[in-house]
Design a binder for this molecule. Structure first.
Ligand SMILES: NC(=O)c1ccc[n+]([C@@H]2O[C@H](COP(=O)([O-])OP(=O)(O)OC[C@H]3O[C@@H](n4cnc5c(N)ncnc54)[C@H](OP(=O)(O)O)[C@@H]3O)[C@@H](O)[C@H]2O)c1
Length: 411
């Protein structure tokens, strides 16, 4: 069973993210994806199949009795991407990594524990794996091997997350910036000014929205993006060109645009203060900084800037990578158990019909083989015999399963 289990995968480790996107199955909707996967399963004689595509990896876990070699991978890729040129097909086929047996199980465990992730310790991979399994299972693609491997991978990964620091210490500069910001708690009147509404400020807004600030103004070059960000807080959106005339004041400014020059100059900052003189908090996540250095030196500012956060993020990343050693030790104990669990599962499947068969033997004994003799007994003797038969049935059905489990454990 284990020999038949394989993983065909390509991840951020093997190619660029743009190529990865091309290698995922191109399907206009879920129905088309399901049809394609069912076709893969039948044409390649797969007993089981699970497909997962994230922005960092494409993975097929499958079980088959057929030989899985370079020819198999080529034909497999050809069926998934029928419009590739010969050269592209050769290139894509070469990128895929094939893992078999325990190597495949080990890979699945490492993916679940986020050891193989682009950002080590990002737990969202566990949710993505679960969702991929649930979808493949709902489409009738998976079976016992994948189910057991995934269940065990999830238990192992949870153990890694709880017993190591692999997922601790944020490696996102944006999350670190907001955490630093919140060291001084917000109140419901805190005035927040976003300058820029690109991906980075979107992420900052998403994290900050948990605090439910109510007084938010967003300035951005294009108004639609400013509006989208402001809507998260029920705030107001303005074009960036209106920033100069903004007179509502602020307590926190979160600045991040792609501009290559300082947007918040000392003059603009003075106007934004609207006559207030107290300390303000300013986060600048832009590279290069969009807040002019004189703003920080000339005004009372609690300044949170990207360089310091980056160093912190790098140190946290290094800490997580150190934790990978511990994670591997934990996974190794779970991996050692896996072949035995699989054998036990095989035994359970093999003996699944035993209770029904024992019941049928009992029924035949009472109603056919010993019917004549039983009919001559008085009702109390007959009831006793039937009671004994019920007892035997109950006790016997579990014996083969128990013996098989014990045998699997001893091997
Ligand atoms: N992505 C990250 O993980 C990350 C992390 C830390 C820092 N950063 C830095 O953050 C900055 C923005 O990155 P991003 O990922 O948010 O980019 P993005 O999604 O492309 O957004 C860029 C933002 O900057 C605005 N913008 C671009 N050029 C401008 C200009 N010349 N004047 C005024 N506004 C301008 C855009 O306005 P429109 O909406 O009108 O186009 C948009 O709001 C960059 O300096 C980047 O290095 C990025």
């Amino acid at each position: 069973m284990l020999k038949r289990f394989h993983i065909l995968t390509v991840s951020h480790k093997h190619t660029q993210l743009s190529t990865l996107a091309d290698l995922a199955i191109q399907a206009p909707d879920e129905d088309a994806l399901r049809t394609k996967l069912l076709r893969l399963k039948s044409e390649f004689g797969l007993d089981e199949l699970m497909y997962m595509a994230t922005c960092n990896r494409v993975m097929y876990a499958f079980s088959t009795a057929n030989p899985v070699n370079a020819g198999f991978i080529g034909a497999f890729t050809d069926l998934i991407h029928p419009r590739l040129s010969e050269a592209q097909l050769t290139e894509y086929t070469g990128i895929f990594q094939l893992l078999s047996g325990m190597d495949a199980v080990n890979h699945l465990f490492e993916v679940a524990a986020s050891i193989d992730s682009l950002v080590v310790g990002e737990r969202q991979i566990l949710r993505q794996l679960r969702e991929a399994y649930e979808r493949s299972s709902a489409w009738g693609l998976t079976g016992d091997t994948i189910k057991l491997a995934l269940q065990h991978a999830i238990v192992a990964a949870k153990s890694v997350y709880s017993k190591t620091g692999i997922g601790e210490k944020s490696v996102s500069v944006v999350a670190l910036a907001i955490r630093q910001l919140l060291q001084k708690p917000l109140n419901e009147d805190t005035r927040i000014l976003f300058i820029g509404a690109g991906q980075t400020n979107e992420l900052a807004a998403k994290i900050l929205a948990k605090q439910q600030p109510r007084n938010v103004a967003v300035f951005n070059r294009s108004l639609d993006k400013a509006q989208r960000l402001a809507d998260q807080f029920g705030g107001k959106a303005f074009p960036l060109s209106d920033l100069d005339g903004y007179t509502e004041g602020f307590d926190i400014a979160i600045v991040c645009t792609g501009a290559q020059h300082a947007i918040v100059t000392p003059d603009l900052y003075k106007r934004l203060l609207a006559g207030e003189s107290g300390e303000k908090t300013v986060i600048d996540l832009s590279v290069p900084n969009n807040v002019h250095p004189d703003v920080v030196s000339d005004f009372p500012v609690r300044f949170i800037e990207i360089e310091g956060l980056r160093k912190m993020a790098q140190a946290n990343q290094a800490y997580r990578e150190e934790e990978v050693k511990k994670a591997r030790e934990i996974l190794s104990a779970f991996l050692d158990e896996f072949p035995m669990l699989l054998k036990q599962r095989q035994a359970e499947i093999a003996f699944r019909s035993v209770p029904e068969e024992v019941k049928a033997v009992k029924h035949k004994a009472i109603n056919e083989v010993f019917r004549g003799e039983l009919d001559q007994l008085d009702p109390s003797a007959r009831a006793l015999i039937e009671k004994m038969m019920d007892y035997m049935e109950k006790k016997c059905v579990g014996i083969p399963m128990r013996v098989a489990r014990e045998a699997a454990a001893m091997r």
